[in-house]
Design a binder for this molecule. Sequence first.
Ligand SMILES: Nc1ncnc2c1ncn2[C@@H]1O[C@H](COP(=O)(O)OP(=O)(O)OP(=O)(O)O)[C@@H](O)[C@H]1O
Length: 312
Amino acid sequence: MTPALVCERLVKRYGDKTVVDRVGFHIDEGEAYGLLGPNGAGKTTTISMLVGLLRPDEGSVRVGGIDVDEDPVAAKRLIGYVPQEIALYPELTARENLRYFGRLYGLPRRELTSRIGEVLDLVGLTGRGDDKVDTYSGGMKRRTNIAVALLHRPRLLILDEPTVGVDPQSRVAILDRVEALVGEGMSLLYTSHYMEEVERVCTRVGIIDQGRVVADGTKRELVAELGGTDRVELTLDGDVTAASEKLRAVEGVSEAVVTGSSSIRLLVAGGRHLLPALLAAVGDAGAVTGVEVVEPDLEAAFLHLTGSTLRD
Ligand SMILES: Nc1ncnc2c1ncn2[C@@H]1O[C@H](COP(=O)(O)OP(=O)(O)OP(=O)(O)O)[C@@H](O)[C@H]1O
């Protein structure tokens, strides 16, 4: 089957800075793919190239087999893109916004009314469709934006950090709706710097750091690369920076990152056996008040691959 999306060796440079560096991945038809990376990793720049808003300096993008550079109109017809910024008319109701964008997309008038009803239902806003958008919460605006992106029945939905600036209730609603769409066969590209969202919604994950895809696979594959490594969360009263340096020197510790004023996250081969050595290493740098050994997870894989925690 033709993949929903294939991008190969995408490059974008600004001046002498390469912000997207040979990025490549594919999304199968009906697959949910997560692009996970810290702020500034290059996610939005990559998406802008995928949807034809930005021309790559190198590389290619095919959506449903169509080259975005050669036939942007046909490629865009297959994509529903929801940008990070809300793009709606606040003085209009959701229904009016949808009608406006639907006409802009060239949807036939008689189809539009029923389609507007369907997409409002898909995002759970049927009851509020006739209220002005400026009375909406951030999450409801985002859901309206998703409804706009769904109007023309795209095959690939691209969501760029859809839960940023969204209240917790809407966040749950957005994740539920996105999961349901994928369940119905929609292909999805979902970018986020929230690990738990990508873990929940996506079956395959690309980890992007400093413009490069440093790993790509199912969550299980990424975690398996860690072998017998455990994540250890240490809390202590004292000098966390000094303690992390001492911990890094312990044999078997591959990473030690300060994650808060009293917390350090470690990657450790054979976590439990090494605990006495870890406690001894902290020494007079602080008093350890808590230790938790966690089975390897996506967070650990990310730490291993990028040498930093996701929310740096
Ligand atoms: N027009 C531009 N000119 C110069 N540098 C840019 C431009 N657009 C983006 N960048 C830089 O490219 C890098 C990647 O930015 P990008 O927005 O793609 O990252 P991101 O992973 O989407 O992060 P965020 O989640 O914060 O949007 C950043 O260092 C950014 O400053």
